[in-house]
Design a binder for this molecule. Sequence first.
Ligand SMILES: [Ca+2]
Ligand SMILES: [Ca+2]
Ligand SMILES: [Ca+2]
Length: 396
Amino acid sequence: MWKNAYRSALFALVLAGCEKTLPPAPEDADLLDGPVAGLSPEQSGRFLAGDRAFNDEKFTAATGLGPLFVSTSCGSCHPGDGKGHPIQALTRFGQSDHTGNQYLHLGGPQLQHRALPGYSPEQLPPGVPYTRLVAPANTGLGFLELVPDAELLALADPDDANGDGISGRLNWINLPDYVSPQPGALAQNGRYIGRFGKKAAVYNLLQQTATAYNQDMGITSFYEPVDTYTGQPIDPEVNNQTILDVVFYLRTLKVPVQRDTDVPAVISGRQVFDRIGCAACHTPTLHTGISPITALAYREIHPYTDLLLHDMGPDLDDGYTEGSALTQEWRTPPLWGLGLSANAQGGRYFLLHDGRAESIHAAILLHGGEARYSRDQYNGLDPAEKAQLLQFLESL
Ligand SMILES: [Ca+2]
Ligand SMILES: [Ca+2]
Ligand SMILES: [Ca+2]
């Protein structure tokens, strides 16, 4: 008995030590966290239940945490629903081509670098290529989930038929059996279009949520029952209702609102964005289709992404593949909320997949591959136009 008490006290200390180094959560006024307008009272209740589970529920040994894990709550990596800080980055390893993961026996692909007392955390096998991913913001994802496959297919140009140097393509993925395709989903050889995650290897928010509980916190569910320590299925440690509430919460988080839309420099900056080819991948306007949540259905949205994979050149090659996404390929990240990212990241920017770009300017300079022409155009802008473009991006 005393031993258990000692264990949990020790465990609390270890956790406290780690949380202390994190940047403070954003101020209330800056929070992206809030529901879309037009939810019914019943829907608002589900949003709040999901909000609590996402932000307030910190797992402990007593509630099923681990024994191997990366963090103790969704909100610890996605503070205020914004981007995460690089010290909370996820590590994945052991996939560098189409042959899949060669290190399943050593805990691949995801590294759980923390463990309950009495267990050994996983360690990166020496010499194995790995990728470090910073948590993206969670805002507006319910809208992105509803963009019809046909709209994405129309944006794709895998062989660059129109010769503009940009060849966005879809990541066709196998679905786990608990994920049902959207009505009207397109399929190719039994595979469906992935759209979430930095390499678009996840189909929808249910898959992303169930996997995050399992892989990031060591919490099993009806959907993802396998314990990451033993590799065996065990009883659910989180109930279906909680998972579905979190999915509902993610679906109905509002889109960040653009600021300073009537400032002349912002208006000119948007024109520069179009002119130098940023909009070829960061597609300004998409549409949502049918949804049982009427607040989300048939909307025009402005996420500044095509949700397609692009070859971004050798500087952004992370040596890691997912689904059919290659090591140099990344899904265009949405730019809505870009200007608010620093609020959640301790007051500074950490952009791109691994957070290496400490300003918007630095992120643009690292664009290569299909985006090289656009980056070169950026470098050729006169200082006034460059400032307008950056002011526009900050307003998102
Ligand atoms: Ca567990
Ligand atoms: Ca692992
Ligand atoms: Ca093209």
